[in-house]
Ligand binder design. Sequence first.
Ligand code: SF4
Ligand code: SF4
Length: 65
Amino acid sequence: MTKDWYPVIDYSKCKGCMTCFKFCPHGVYGTKDEKPVVANPGACIDMCRGCEKICPEKAITHHSG
Ligand code: SF4
Ligand code: SF4
């Protein structure tokens, strides 16, 4: 089964504050070169937009379908 709901980071907007990494309780994010990476997209909760809402740069969107 293909995972069809996970966050996507726009690195042209991301400032590396790591708010998303600290916020997500499901271990979706990892880090690389002091920026967050979507390390475990399969762990993202369907229709959750928590990290998207708290990103101060509005750099996170969610892939769907
Ligand atoms: S919360 Fe937004 S700006 Fe901060 S690290 Fe995550 S994606 Fe980047
Ligand atoms: S949408 Fe929710 S579960 Fe998915 S990465 Fe963001 S905070 Fe974590």
